[in-house]
Ligand binder design. Structure first.
Ligand code: MTE
Length: 322
């Protein structure tokens, strides 16, 4: 039986988020892995940023800014981006920041398996401490036609891939989010194919732009951004930016992502930003900057073509923009 699940992002934004909300607010350890939460954000709820001080890696921030990755648009205020999130594990709407505080960030381990020289499980703090942390300002463009600009901290995915030592036959990197319905009420919604999964080709994963994020706004990232480890691939639509990753699998089979499983014609594997290729039910020509509420033109590869266009040479027959 085919069940058609309608992502919350398909709602008109005015229906999903009241204007007032977005305008007014702003030791390597080896061998070790249909509820609605619609309550409005309680006004007395702790600011998400306050919770980051107890992070065991807090001393690593602020990370050194990498001046190569800046953008011409203003950085979107943290009070806006931390209260306008997609994280279906905590609810199928934008106001999940309060619910996401249930996420337990430690202990947290990351499993590396599949086509690698040595499968292993690493402790997140040891991993973060051995990686070269830096800050990059990236545009973030959701398939839903809104966008933000965020200063992420983290390390190149390429450096992580070198650390993981995939074997020559690996063609793809499959990533998986935690699965714990005790803390994530959305995961009790059995009709979704939990856990959240995303994938990249090895060429994409080793592109210099692909970034594993550990922090935002010069500190460990707030839980709703996908703490303690998420992906940023800024030339692709936001749903590729998998949050709260617990597993990396190197494989020769193309991964089928969460949304691709649900609606293959609408959310494909590649999902590269292209203003000229509309989503089946809406245009992708423009996007709303949620910081300024201005509608601005969308750019091919979200403006990052100089870094990534080469990856797709010779495979133009693929559905690269869906
Ligand atoms: N990762 C997980 N595990 N669960 C999700 O629901 N939503 C995706 C992506 N990563 C999602 C996820 C979507 S649709 C978008 S647009 C971005 O996260 C949103 O990231 P943000 O909340 O930091 O803006």
């Amino acid at each position: 039986m085919h069940v058609r699940i309608k992502p919350g992002w398909e709602l008109a934004e005015s229906a999903a988020t009241p204007e007032s909300v977005y305008l007014n607010r702003r030791t390597l350890i080896k061998g070790v892995a249909a509820t609605s939460i619609l309550g409005a954000l309680p006004s007395g709820c702790a600011r998400a940023e306050d919770e980051e001080d107890d992070d065991p890696t807090a001393d690593l921030y602020p990370a050194q800014p990498n001046s190569q990755y800046t953008v011409e648009r203003a950085i979107t205020d943290a009070d806006v981006t931390s209260r306008y999130n997609n994280f279906y594990e905590f609810g199928s709407h934008k106001k999940i920041s309060a619910a996401a505080q249930a996420l337990r960030r430690r202990p947290w381990t990351v499993e590396i398996d599949g086509m690698v020289e040595t499968p292993m499980t690493v402790d997140i703090d040891n991993l973060i401490r051995r990686m070269p942390l830096e800050e990059r300002v990236y545009r973030h463009r959701c398939v839903e036609a809104w966008s933000m600009v965020i200063p992420w901290s983290g390390f190149p995915l390429r450096t992580f891939v070198e650390f993981a030592r995939p074997t020559a036959g690996a063609k793809y990197l499959r990533m998986e989010t935690f699965h714990d319905a005790e803390i994530a009420p959305g995961q009790r919604q059995f009709w979704y194919p939990w856990p959240y999964v995303e994938g990249l080709t090895m060429a994409e994963a080793t592109n210099e732009l692909a970034f594993l994020v550990t922090g935002a706004y010069r500190k460990p990232m707030a839980k709703q951004y996908g703490s303690p480890l998420r992906l940023a691939v800024p030339w692709k639509y936001g749903f590729k930016h998998i949050k709260s990753i617990v597993k990396f699998t190197f494989t020769d089979e193309r991964p089928v992502s969460f949304w691709e499983q649900l609606a293959p014609p609408e959310y494909g594997f590649w999902a590269n930003v292209n203003p000229d290729v509309p989503h089946p039910r809406w245009s992708q020509a423009t996007e709303r900057d949620i910081g300024t509420d201005q509608r601005i033109p969308t750019r091919l590869f979200n403006g990052y073509g100089e870094y990534v266009a080469d990856i797709y040479a010779g495979i133009e027959g693929e559905r690269l923009y869906m």
